[in-house]
Design a protein around this ligand. Sequence first.
Ligand code: MG
Length: 332
Amino acid sequence: MSQEKKITMAHGSGGRATNDLIREIFAQAFTNPVLDAMEDAAVVPGNEKIAFTTDSFVVEPLEFPGGDIGRLSVCGTVNDLLMRGAVPKYLTCGFVLQEGLDIGLLERIVKSLAATAREAGVEVVAGDTKVVEGNGGLIINTAGVGFVPENVCISASNCRVGDAILVSGNLGDHHAAILSRRMGISNTIESDCAPLGEMVGALLQAGIRLHCLRDITRGGLGTVLKELAEASQVTMALDETRLPIDVQVRDFCGLMGLDPMYMGNEGKLVAFVAPEDAVRACELISSCAYGNNATIIGAVTDEKSGEAYVNTSIGGKRVLDVLFGEGLPRIC
Ligand code: MG
């Protein structure tokens, strides 16, 4: 009898093992053209074009510097809708409460979720609660619907040769904040957990030629760029000296042996825009509430299909791959 395969922590990391699991188990069972494209949000026909997505949140601890699981549950889903150019409209929330969860803590989290929904301009229109055995934990699932305006075509497979690559701010903040909190390390690093509707709206309203957007979450910028390079069959070339990283996060990573290129955010995006629009796009993002330190970090080239790399400050070339292995579980 062949040895049975088992789920490991690596299957939840957002890296290669996750991708293999999705392709081999879920994509085969549920295959349809919309799901198979594996975008940030599904875009489906309707009276208008509708974007529809879902995500589950298992972050530990439930409250952390800069946010909590309630705020995160809105931001994660709303940002995935925004990454397809949709205007987020409605959310559903499913709560799985473990026995022993503090009611005061639950109340704070629910209020935070509601406040973040108001900030993001979405209505929570359906919900569900279950209680299970455990030790005071909480899991939240949200699903979101948004409307995609006519003529908007933002997609993982739409990065074009010549496009400028922009990030909306510093890398790795959320990941570093969660890890610091879990390890009891004292610093002032906060999660960047935020809804990105203002900046996406500003880019679309200004007529910026936006080809692709993606929020930088599990797996970090390195994983995101490698996935997009493959989806669009182009090469991403970055300039290491331009990557925006907070000095405290950089020091923390140095201390822990971590790489900010593979650390998750929860309120940052990477944008691919026509080169003529890059400076304007950067200015627009910078003018928004969560766009501090927006930077043009590189460009799309046609050197070799499906590759992403960083030109290092000492003249080397570092090829990026998707995160492999565990990374840090339960950051979102
Ligand atoms: Mg996403």
